[in-house]
Design a protein around this ligand. Structure first.
Ligand code: 9MG
Length: 285
């Protein structure tokens, strides 16, 4: 997949490292937001570590998607994200993904070298489809029940979670195509933890193959999420093993990109899973 001037080989699973540049970072063990240049330098350092560990994509987010997180103005989001994108773009050979739903952020970051857009709202904000189309970049469309991270965990309900997620993503793919974003530039994500109970998340992971019916690459983000805390009764700083287990399952069910905090451990888990899968197809280890 062409990501700006860099190419992503989706015939192997790619690991996307999470880089939050928000003051209330979710669970990466430390936010890279300290205001201005210092934040950008720290974001660069963390991104460099993740690239050394095998990440080929870094996902930079300036708006927290944690339930109940305070909304952020467009200017604030730009102020958080742009310096980090500039520094990482100048120093590292990595695809820069922009975790945002904001049209102005798509436009500005694309101008300075972002390689893909990752929108948890699947381009539903006003002007988002048009702005994303104009960047020419690939877009990850994620499913979320409820309109915002603030209200998504309010009694999530589905008659058939897998079917409803697939139907939503199908409608968003169609909306993208109508707006001039071709299928070749789309990646899909069931949105683990976004408006879903533990049971919904486990069902989606078990039935991930069902989303291959849409014939697009799949991105999966389960790293350190509440679903792992609930299944194992573990606080956020003790969820690495559970996260790796979900990565192995996702890869064995055909995920193309894993969005994670623990890059080195995930790369090993993913490569091992791929080796086993290759053997099952009679290929060289
Ligand atoms: C920003 N963000 C947080 N969780 C995510 C997930 O599961 N998928 C994607 N695409 N983005 C996410």
């Amino acid at each position: 997949m062409q990501c700006g001037d860099r190419r992503l080989d989706l015939s192997r699973v790619q690991v996307m490292g999470i880089l939050n540049v928000t003051p209330d970072s979710f669970s990466d063990g430390g936010s890279y937001y300290r205001g201005g240049c210092l934040a950008a330098e720290q974001a660069l350092q963390r991104a460099a570590e993740m690239v050394d560990e095998g990440a080929t994509i870094v996902d930079i987010g300036g708006e927290s998607t944690r339930p109940g997180a305070a909304p952020v103005s467009v200017q604030e989001e730009l102020d958080r994200v742009l310096p980090a994108v500039e520094r990482i773009r100048a120093e590292l050979d990595v695809v820069i993904s922009i975790d945002s739903s904001t049209p102005e952020v798509f436009t500005e970051t694309a101008t300075i070298g972002a390689g893909m857009l990752n929108d948890v709202r699947a381009l539903t904000r006003e002007g988002a489809l048009e702005a994303a189309a104009a960047t020419g970049l690939p877009v990850c469309l994620m499913h979320m029940q409820g309109n915002t991270p603030a209200d998504m965990q309010w009694a999530p309900h589905y008659d058939d979670v897998v079917q409803e997620v697939a139907d939503f993503l199908t409608r968003r793919v169609q909306a993208c195509e109508r707006a001039g974003i071709p299928r070749e530039r789309l990646i899909l994500d069931p949105g683990f933890g976004f408006g879903k109970t533990l049971e919904h998340n486990l069902r989606l992971l078990n039935r991930l193959e069902a989303l291959h019916a849409l014939a697009l690459p799949l991105l999966v983000g389960t790293s350190r999420k509440t679903m792992i805390g609930q299944a194992l009764d573990r606080p956020v700083d003790q969820r690495q093993a559970g996260s790796l287990a979900t990565a192995v399952i996702a890869v064995s069910k055909g995920a193309h990109i894993m969005r994670v905090h623990d890059v080195a451990a995930t790369v090993d888990a993913v490569r091992m899973t791929e080796a086993v899968l290759r053997e099952s197809k009679g290929e060289q280890p």
